[in-house]
Design a protein around this ligand. Structure first.
Ligand code: NAD
Length: 322
């Protein structure tokens, strides 16, 4: 039986990845500061550990019978949407860097065979909406828009350095915005799709919601099941260096609002207000991940069709509590 460690297993993508690995018959250990918020973990073992501490990372990477894990998936990060990224620069730079430094070091030293790192499309520079696609190499010369992106680049480079020196295969995914049920939907760390689903679920038909920026920023959004499939395929491939994972369906923020309103069956008006937006556009190639058979199965409309009802149920639950 293959054994895997999922760091960040109490979070959004990590908890979905645990489910996927269980379906593939792995023995899974999940590690996180906290347990998953919205459903019980499916991991065989779940340990609450602070991965900023090296000794905790050393403990995490040794499986039952003190053997190093076959596969380590590193998704733990101090993380959030644009509001968080712009207000918590020091926490992101310190906490996520410490986790990544100690995790890759402990994994390589212990003899872990494969190591996955979750990087981000935030490593790329800002773009114009009609620019041609950027390839993975065009992350350099580097000019990420925020400190979150710089930390990811540093962590990528560190993982690659360990792969050169030790007998460990490193796989680096650069995720586009990912969304779906059981993602953070309130509290300041939520990302645009969840925040907008919440605002629309809270609004009455015909009312107005506030949207940060001018609504023109272009993004693509990847549904969680597609993302987890991409992680699994990439981990078991021969692709070295950064690999973009994301759906090629670019929409403006206003179009995202319209899609959610349509799924909700509400007429929603938009009021643009000042707020952190991030880059104006993103457009990157997915040729590398496509070359190993990855294909997005969920259009934005289909993904929102699965996500909005979940956010709405959370809003209703919270309302009943108050
Ligand atoms: P998330 O915040 O839901 O999950 C991250 C988890 O890491 C959380 O459960 C958190 O408690 C845990 N964590 C934080 N500090 C820790 C520590 N010191 N020790 C142990 N655990 C700690 O985020 P997510 O959306 O699931 O993202 C997972 C990974 O994917 C992150 O590396 C993130 O940067 C990356 N990513 C996500 C997106 C996205 O759209 N969700 C996009 C690009 C990259």
């Amino acid at each position: 039986m293959r054994e895997a460690l999922v760091c960040g297993a109490g979070g959004f993508i990590g908890s979905h990845l645990v489910k996927k690995l269980k379906k593939m018959d792995y023995w899974v250990r999940g590690v996180d500061l906290k347990r998953p918020e919205f459903s019980e973990t499916e991991a065989d073992e779940f340990i609450q550990l602070d991965l900023r501490e090296q000794e905790n990372c050393e403990r995490a990477v040794l499986s039952r019978k003190s053997r190093p894990f076959d596969e380590v998936y590193q998704l733990a990060a101090d993380m959030g949407g644009m509001g968080f990224i712009h207000s918590a620069e020091c926490e992101i730079m310190r906490n996520s860097a410490l986790i990544n430094i100690h995790m890759v070091h402990s994994s390589a030293k212990a003899g872990v065979k494969r190591y996955f790192f979750s990087s981000s499309a935030c490593v790329y520079r800002d773009m114009e909406a009609d620019e041609p696609e950027l390839s993975e190499e065009e992350a350099y010369p580097a000019l990420p828009d925020n400190e979150y992106g710089w930390e990811k680049l540093y962590a990528e480079r560190m993982a690659m350095a360990y792969a050169r020196k030790y007998d460990i295969k490193v796989r680096l995914a650069r995720f586009q915005n990912c969304y779906g049920p059981e993602g953070t939907w309130r509290g300041g760390r939520e990302k645009a799709p969840a925040a907008l689903c919440r605002k629309i679920a809270e609004a009455e038909d015909g009312r107005e919601i506030e949207v940060w920026g001018d609504g023109k920023a272009m993004r693509a959004y990847t549904y969680i099941d597609d993302m987890v499939e991409g992680i699994y395929l990439l981990m078991h491939s021969d692709l070295e260096n950064g690999v973009n994972i994301g759906r090629r369906e670019y929409v403006s923020v206003d179009e995202l609002v319209k899609t959610i309103a349509c799924v909700a069956g509400k007429d929603i008006k938009i009021k643009h207000v000042k707020g952190p937006v991030g880059v104006q556009a993103r457009n990157f190639t997915i040729d590398r991940i496509s070359s190993i058979g990855w294909k997005s199965k969920y259009s934005l409309r289909e993904g929102i069709g699965r996500t909005y009802p979940w956010v709405k149920s959370q809003v209703e639950k919270a309302r009943k509590k108050n």
